[in-house]
Write a protein that binds this ligand. Sequence first.
Ligand code: T4K
Length: 362
Amino acid sequence: MANKPIYVTMPTLAPLEEVNEIMKGIWESGIMTHNGPLVQRFEKEVCEHLGVPKMVACSNGTIALQMAIKALGKTGEIITTPFTFIATISSIMWEHCTPVFVDIDPETLNIDPKKIEERITCHTVAIMPVHVFGNACQIDEIDAVAKAHNIPVIYDAAHAVGVKYKGKCIMEYGDLSCTSFHATKMLNTAEGGGVFTLNEELDERLRRIRFFGFENHADILEDGFNGKMTEVHAALGLANLRYLDKALADRKEKYALYKEMLSENPEIGFQKITSDCNYSYFPVVFKDEETMQKVTAALNAENVYPRRYFYPSVNTFTKIVPYIPMPMSEDIASRVLCLPLHVRMTMQNVEEIAEITLKAIK
Ligand code: T4K
């Protein structure tokens, strides 16, 4: 079908001239890092664009999660989902906390809020749900449980730039919300991340944690580390930010076409979208693993490379966590496949991939 391989995703990149124009300032000033003018501008422009008051930019999404946990200043159990990328779990463990899994809702693919309360103990220090594939969690339900037990919520919003919940930017929810600006995300700085909070004190702590714990280059007030974003990454992000809305509209259109075509087969399942999603991925839930593998082979034969995000379910990584069965997550992980979805594909590519998929499972 395609001369060139079609990958599951590709970065949305601004024209090089626009990046260079912003980069020029770095060469002129020689300021490359340490919360320089471009990082400050990136934080400001992202916030203006998304409609949130503040963001602390950092080196990647994993560090964003670690900074958020560190800012809360407690160690213990953190309730999270097994249907996620390993970074959700490793950030918890690197902050000397223990992940406690709660199974997912097989329709939304997000943590099942009804099952959270039964896993809360006197050791629980936070709840860390993930807005999987940019589909907002059931925030009101999670909030209610968290408030009832006085436990903070850190949202792993790595996939969620551009998502809204009840008309507001998704990053405003929870005590802290962490995103990723990795090359594969809706807005990218190649590598990068951001932490959002409406709490001034937490915001100040995050800024110190990001910079070794320093306050004004003098006293050490926190157990910090190096979580800084560089000026080069911020320059790329500033240029790419101009294309975010276009990328969001493009994803939505391609997502709709996939859905329309694949809905023809009643055996194909889709993630139940519960909010104003960013359509950053196109996950398809097949009836079983064998069907999913058949589709993968048919697409690979045509130079198309879908991906099994998130397989296997994270609770089965027994070299780092003790196995506790998570039937919904394990089942979904075994038969979900993300079809290619990005700005460099054409609508015709989408049609052809949908056709190959339908043919493979006939
Ligand atoms: N929480 C959640 C829920 C997450 O999903 C993630 C990361 C995090 C936290 C942590 O955020 P970061 O610390 O990463 O900022 C990706 C990313 O590395 C990772 O950011 C992402 N989630 C995870 C789901 O997947 P892969 O395994 O998709 O990368 P790779 O190299 O296989 O790339 C996939 C396709 O993308 C390639 O086939 C081609 C294209 N690609 C990739 C890269 C890296 C490009 O065109 N250009 C590129 O530079 O990892």
